[in-house]
Design a protein around this ligand. Structure first.
Ligand code: SF4
Length: 256
């Protein structure tokens, strides 16, 4: 059941209740709002404009527990110096350490080396395009695997980080019993069904961006959010049922 917006922008009680049904997030209306908003207001990062699996994999790898601004400082130079897997496979270790040093985390080079070795020996230098295979690679968790499939291969998977979960929780009442909902594999598999196959990139990146900008954990800025008129959390201020508040993690978050 999908909430309909009346001409006046107000909803009936029945329509308001429907907002709390997760199915409201499956509506074309919801997806359309996200996709249109992203076209005008989505954040622009170099890795978002690439369909090259290697370039996206490097971005996903660098962004793990690392801020976007840190990655922006090294990403393009890194790709220029190591433009593909074969360049990385033959890389001088000291040069690799120096290239990734600004990102911190001393174990990063070791993991990257293991990743490149695995891709070389088990996948003949190819980056797989299947979730199970990607998740089994060194240094590639479920979020990274999904991000790669969405950005590089335009596959309809959900990229659920604490920000995008917060948006879905507040807007649609999506709920998990896990203390770390963005790691709730069962719920994540269910959420795959809400991603439109026609615009998986824009849909996911809009959720991430709304969660990182307007739908902040504390003091969300509803006024600039494209979901205001269909959001359960926002609607609760007008007498609806209040979803359990979810603030999400504090600190660097996975993002793309
Ligand atoms: S309307 Fe407010 S609470 Fe709802 S998704 Fe937008 S910013 Fe978040």
């Amino acid at each position: 059941m999908t909430a309909q917006i009346t001409d006046s922008g107000r909803k009936t009680q029945m329509e308001r209740r429907a907002c709390y049904d997760q199915s409201s997030c499956t509506s074309d209306h919801f997806a359309l709002r996200l996709v249109r908003w992203y076209a005008d207001f989505g954040r622009s990062f170099p890795w978002r404009h690439s369909c090259d699996p290697y370039s996206v994999l490097m971005a996903v790898f660098m962004l793990q527990r690392t801020g976007v601004s840190q990655v922006m400082n090294v990403y393009e130079d890194f790709l220029e110096r190591f433009p593909d897997l074969s360049a990385l496979r033959g890389a001088d270790q000291e040069e690799l350490v120096a290239a990734l040093k600004p990102l911190g985390r001393t174990g990063r080079v070791r993991v990257l080396t293991a990743l490149v070795d695995t891709l070389s020996t088990e996948y003949n230098g190819r980056i797989p395009a299947e979730l199970k295979e990607l998740e089994s690679l060194p240094g590639v968790g479920q979020y990274s695997a999904r991000a790669l499939l969405v950005i590089a291969f335009q596959r309809p998977y959900i990229m659920l980080d604490p920000n995008s979960y917060r948006v879905l929780h507040r807007a649609c009442g999506t709920t998990s019993a896990c203390s770390r909902p963005h790691a709730d594999r069962k719920m994540i598999r269910q959420l795959d069904a809400i991603v439109p196959s026609s615009n998986p990139v824009e849909y996911n990146l809009a959720l991430l961006d709304i969660g990182a900008t307007s739908c902040r954990a504390r003091r969300p800025v509803h006024e600039v959010c494209p979901l205001t008129s269909i959001c359960a959390f926002h609607e609760s201020k007008h007498g609806g049922r209040v979803p359990t508040e979810y603030l999400g993690q504090v600190g660097p978050r996975p993002t793309l």
